[in-house]
Design a protein around this ligand. Structure first.
Ligand code: HEM
Length: 486
C-alpha cells in the first residue's frame, strides 16, 4: 500500500540537486570555465540525475549510462529539442541550421540534405583525395620542421589541416598558412565563444530591460559584428561561385567533384527543398563549426595521451609500421587494418570527448525520468564526459588503456552503447561521424607511421598537461608542441 504511494509521490518531485538562491538559482555554484567537470562533481554528490536552476531556466544533468539511454533512446522524442539561446540563434540565422534548430519539419529536411546530398557515404568516400592530399601536405611541413630540428605545434597544425579539408570539401578552396588562414581561424574561434556564451536575456527571459543590459554590456554588439563578418564571408563565397560560374582564379581548385556549395546551390535551383541562401549559410556554419575543430581536438588529445604513455605510443607505431610495411605514407584504404590505432582513438574519445556535454537539449513536454518529474522546456545536459568515467561502467576509468576496446569488446561510439557516447545518440546523433572518424584515423596513422615523437629540451612528460579550454568543443588549453624525428 505504501510503496506505490512513495513512488507516486516521487514522480511529483524534481530530481535532487543543490539548493539554489532566489533569482540566480545555482549559477554561483557552477564553474563556467569547466562546465562538464563542475557538473560531474555535482553528480558525484547528488546522483546520476541532478536538478539545477540557471536564473529562470530549469536544467537537469544526466551522468550515467542507464539514464543516458533513457533520455537519448527510450524518451528521445521528448528530449530531442534544442534550447533557443540568443548567441546560437543569431549565428545560425534563427536556428535554420541543423545543430541548433528546434526539432521540427525544417530540421528533418536539413538533416536529410546533410545525410543524403552533402555527406552520404558515397560522397564522403569521394572526398578521400582531398583528405589524403591535405594530410600529405601537413606531413611534408612536419618533415621539414623535423629536418631543421624545429618544434611542431600540433594544436595549430591539426586545426590548419582540418580547416583546409573542410574548406576544400565545402568551397573547393584551400587557404595559405599565415594571413589568410589566420583570418578564417579568428572568425571561427570567435564563433566558438559566442556559441557557449549565455546572455542576460537567456538567463532571465521575459524580464524588462534584459535586452538593454546585454546591449549596454557590449555583448550584443560583439555578437552582431561576428555574425556580420561571417555572413559576408559566406556571401562572398556564394557570390564568387555564382558569378564566376565555378571558376576560382585566385585559389587552387578542386573540380573533380561537386563541393558542398555547388550541391546546395543546385538544390536551391531544383526547388526540391524549400531552401534559400540563408539556409546555405546556416548549413555552412554547422559544417565549419562541427567539422573542423572536433577532429583536430581528438588528434591533439590522442598525441598528448601517447606522449605521456610511451608503451602505448610504441605499440601503436609498431602496428602501423608492421602492417603497412615500407611506403611513403598511409592511405585511407590501409585504415581498416589498424585495429590498435582504432582502439587508441576510441580510448581518446572516451577520456576526452570533444563535446563533453554533447549539444544541450531541451524537453518538448513533461516526462518522468528515474521516477522524477521533468517539466517541458527543461534544459538537458547529457554529460558524456562523466558517463565515460563512471566506475559503474568502466574498470580503472581514469587510466588510458586502449586495450579495453580489444579482445572481443564490441563497445562502439555509434550511439548504441550508452557508456560511450562521444557523438551523442538518438535522433540528434552526429551526422558527420564517419567523416570525422576517418579524418582522425588518417591523421594519427600518418603522424605515427612517419615520425618518432619527443619532448622539447627541458620538458618532462609530466609537464604535458591535460587542461582544457572552455568552449563547445573541448580543446587542450596549452598548445601541444613536440619534436618530430624522421
Ligand atoms: C570526430 C569528430 C566529431 C565529434 C566527436 C562530434 C560530436 C558531435 C556531438 C556530440 C553532437 C551532438 C549530438 C547530440 O545532441 O546527441 C554532434 C552534432 C552534430 N555534428 Fe558532429 N562531431 C564530429 C564531427 C562532425 C563533422 C565532421 C561534422 C560535419 C561535417 C559534424 C556535424 C554535426 C552536426 C550538423 C550536428 C548536429 C546534429 C543535430 O542536431 O541533428 N560533426 N556532433
Amino acid at each position: 500500500y505504501i510503496l506505490p504511494k512513495i513512488i507516486k509521490n516521487k514522480s511529483n518531485l524534481n530530481p535532487p540537486g543543490p539548493p539554489g538562491l532566489p533569482f540566480i538559482g545555482n549559477l554561483h555554484q557552477i564553474d563556467q570555465s569547466s562546465l562538464h567537470t563542475s557538473l560531474w562533481n555535482l553528480s558525484k554528490l547528488y546522483g546520476p540525475i541532478v536538478s539545477l536552476r540557471f536564473g529562470f531556466n530549469s536544467a537537469v544533468v544526466i551522468s550515467s549510462a542507464t539514464l543516458a539511454k533513457e533520455v537519448l533512446k527510450t524518451q528521445d522524442l521528448v528530449f530531442c529539442n534544442r534550447p533557443l539561446f540568443i548567441g546560437q540563434q543569431k549565428i545560425t540565422y534563427d536556428g535554420i541550421d541543423i545543430a541548433f534548430s528546434s526539432y521540427n519539419e525544417h530540421w528533418r529536411e536539413m538533416r536529410k540534405i546533410f545525410t543524403l546530398h552533402l555527406f552520404s557515404p558515397k560522397r564522403v568516400q569521394s572526398f578521400k583525395y582531398i583528405r589524403e592530399d591535405e594530410v600529405a601536405s601537413a606531413m611534408k611541413t612536419i618533415h621539414d620542421l623535423a629536418l631543421s630540428s624545429k618544434m611542431v605545434n600540433l594544436s595549430e597544425m591539426m586545426k590548419n589541416v582540418t580547416t583546409n579539408m573542410m574548406m576544400r570539401v565545402s568551397f573547393g578552396k584551400r587557404y595559405q598558412y599565415g594571413h589568410e588562414i589566420t583570418n578564417v581561424f579568428r572568425l571561427l574561434n570567435e564563433l566558438q565563444a559566442y556559441l557557449v556564451d549565455l546572455y542576460v536575456s537567456d538567463i532571465w527571459p521575459g524580464l524588462p530591460f534584459v535586452g538593454l543590459v546585454d546591449r549596454l554590456m557590449g555583448k550584443k554588439n560583439r555578437l552582431e559584428k561576428c555574425f556580420r563578418d561571417l555572413d559576408s564571408f559566406y556571401q562572398q563565397l556564394i557570390d564568387e561561385r555564382l558569378v564566376n560560374n565555378r571558376k576560382h582564379k585566385s585559389c587552387e581548385e578542386d573540380k573533380d567533384e561537386d563541393d558542398v556549395i555547388d550541391t546546395l546551390l543546385q538544390l536551391v535551383k531544383d526547388k526540391l527543398f524549400n531552401l534559400n541562401h540563408e539556409h546555405i549559410k546556416a548549413m555552412l556554419m554547422d559544417v565549419l563549426i562541427a567539422g573542423t575543430d572536433t577532429s583536430a581536438a581528438i588528434v591533439v588529445w590522442a598525441m598528448t595521451s601517447l606522449i605521456r604513455n610511451h608503451k602505448v605510443m610504441k605499440k601503436a607505431q609498431e602496428e602501423v609500421r608492421n602492417v603497412i610495411g615500407k611506403n611513403s605514407k598511409i592511405n585511407e584504404d590501409d585504415l581498416p587494418k589498424l585495429t590498435y590505432l582504432k582502439a587508441v582513438i576510441k580510448e581518446t574519445m572516451r577520456l576526452y570527448p570533444p563535446a563533453p556535454l554533447l549539444v544541450p537539449r531541451e524537453t518538448r513536454k513533461d516526462s518522468i525520468v528515474h521516477g522524477y518529474k521533468i517539466k517541458q522546456k527543461t534544459l538537458v545536459y547529457v554529460n558524456a564526459w562523466a558517463v565515460a568515467r563512471d566506475p559503474n561502467s568502466w574498470e580503472s576509468p581514469e587510466e588510458f588503456l586502449p586495450e579495453r576496446f580489444l579482445g572481443g569488446c564490441d563497445i562502439d561510439f555509434k550511439g548504441n552503447d550508452f557508456e560511450f557516447i562521444p557523438f551523442g545518440a538518438g535522433r540528434r546523433i552526429c551526422p558527420g561521424m564517419s567523416i570525422g572518424v576517418i579524418t582522425v584515423e588518417l591523421l594519427l596513422a600518418n603522424l605515427l607511421y612517419l615520425f618518432d615523437w619527443g619532448l622539447p629540451n627541458g620538458i618532462g612528460k609530466e609537464d604535458i598537461d591535460f587542461d582544457a579550454m572552455p568552449g563547445i568543443t573541448m580543446h587542450k588549453r596549452n598548445e601541444l608542441c613536440l619534436l618530430a624525428h624522421v
